[in-house]
Design a protein around this ligand. Structure first.
Ligand code: SAM
Length: 432
């Protein structure tokens, strides 16, 4: 068992190593200031930096938890986190980061005038957020940016991702225990925490809810917010595009045709088209997302198109070389994941590839960094809460694939270092 002193020594040595490696890689040192550089990149050339960073985070979390002791370890969550989320929710909902100049300051009184509630409440909320480094007091009565608060200015889609989580997901989380009590093993999407939180009609899915909420021009606003949130996620390190690019021989397809099934805004197709200039891609999703076609860069427009396709119905786009399901099947219970894979079959030519880019859960709790393991457990909790789907270990994935069609053959499972997402490459052997 590590002692406080052991852990302090580990923190010291990992911090030293990380500082040195970041300097060698010409990365700015970490800072709490408004100009803080984003987290260090992943991928080729940054493996050592990332390993040192993970080791430092792990040791720092361990020393904090040990110093807290058992009771405070629990109350840090029960007492604090719900209010952290409430403060963040208000900050995002009222666009407070966008009001404050990056290198300037704003008084509590002026923020109050902008948001329309009293100054003492603004004070309450922002002073709490400052305890976890979102904003700081530049002087008495004035608020300025920190690195984390300024992140909302640097990355527009972070707002969408945060707002989706703090609004829909958190509300659903508060109903999870009730959902488990009421619905036990149901595989229906509506029999879920989110289904209870928003009172889904029987048979409805999260996707029906987000495409239909709102009226007139605002209809589908949740769907668009979610889609932009996915764009944020796909740009983030553990799910970054380069992992997908090196998990399959895309270049070997030549002028191949790829169907990005459930491709949302087309963000994955755009990056594939940039990296592999011969590929032609079709983004399939709900009709409401075709508005994102306008965002395809001009030079890629001839190689990326959008089409409406309900994944719960037979796929009508026949004879492509690859059908990519990235972050799709984890959204569905086994019953529906099998159906979605079955629905591809009528479109598949002999030798077609079906690529599942998704999370494979470790069979048991790993002895690796808890910070990394949390990426996987957070994902599983999110899926259970929002879409009533299970976590899947590799054998569970193979079972779902085989149940869909015996002609599917799993050729390879690739998990590049540092990614949260694996690629299961399946070949379709049509036979005679
Ligand atoms: C988790 S997102 C993944 C988006 C994208 N593939 C990615 O990797 O970032 C799931 C996508 O599945 C789409 N989807 C859900 N149900 C669908 C259905 N019945 N038909 C078509 N698309 C659907 C959603 O609109 C959403 O874009």
């Amino acid at each position: 068992m590590a002692t406080l002193e052991d852990l302090a020594a580990q923190v010291g040595s990992h911090a030293k190593e990380l500082t040195q490696l970041m300097a060698e890689a010409k990365l700015s040192p970490p800072s709490f200031g408004p100009d803080a550089a984003p987290s260090p990149p992943h991928g080729k050339g940054y493996e050592k930096v990332q390993n040192a960073r993970m080791a430092l985070i792990e040791a720092a979390q361990s020393i904090r938890d040990l110093a807290l002791g058992p009771d405070d370890c629990i109350t840090a969550y029960t007492d604090g986190i719900k209010h952290d989320l409430a403060a963040l929710h208000v900050i995002v909902e009222f666009n407070i980061p966008q009001m404050i100049p990056l290198h300037g300051e704003m008084s509590y009184a002026d923020i109050a005038a902008n948001v329309g509630f009293p100054e003492y409440r603004v004070h309450n909320i922002l002073r709490h957020a400052m305890t976890f480094r979102v904003f700081r007091e530049s002087r008495a009565g004035y608020v300025a940016h920190t690195g984390p608060s300024a992140a909302f200015l640097r990355n527009e889609v972070l707002n969408d991702w945060a707002s989706f989580n703090l609004d829909e997901v958190w509300k659903a989380d508060t109903r999870l225990a009730e959902a488990l009590r009421r619905f036990g093993e149901s595989q229906e999407p509506a029999d879920s925490a989110i289904g209870i939180a928003y009172d889904f009609p029987k048979g409805n899915t999260y996707w029906d809810f987000v495409s239909n909420d709102g009226k007139g021009d605002t209809k589908g606003w949740r769907q668009r917010r979610f889609a932009k949130g996915m764009k944020f996620r796909a740009g983030e390190n553990p799910q970054a595009h380069h992992h997908l690019h090196k998990s399959f021989d895309w270049a070997g397809l030549g002028k191949g045709e790829v169907i990005d099934v459930g491709g949302s805004t087309g963000h994955v197709s755009i990056e594939l088209a940039k990296a592999f200039p011969e590929l032609n891609l079709t983004v399939q999703d709900f009709a409401g997302l075709e508005t994102f076609q306008a965002g395809i860069p001009d030079e890629l427009k001839s190689r990326i198109s959008f089409e409406e396709q309900d994944i719960l119905k037979e796929n009508s786009h026949k004879d492509a070389d690859v059908y990519l399901l990235r972050s799709i099947l984890h959204d569905w219970s086994d019953k529906y994941a099998v159906l979605i894979l079955k629905n591809l079959v009528p479109a598949l030519k002999d030798g077609a590839w079906v690529l599942i880019a998704d999370f494979i859960s470790p069979e048991t709790s790993t002895s690796g960094p808890k910070w990394l393991e949390r990426l996987s457990t957070i994902r599983s909790m999110q899926m259970m809460t929002m879409v009533n789907s299970p976590e899947r270990a590799e054998k569970d994935w193979v079972d779902v694939i085989k149940r869909a069609d015996s002609r599917y053959s799993v050729e390879e499972v690739v998990t590049p270092a540092g990614t949260a997402m694996s690629v299961i490459a399946i070949k379709f052997n049509k036979g005679t």
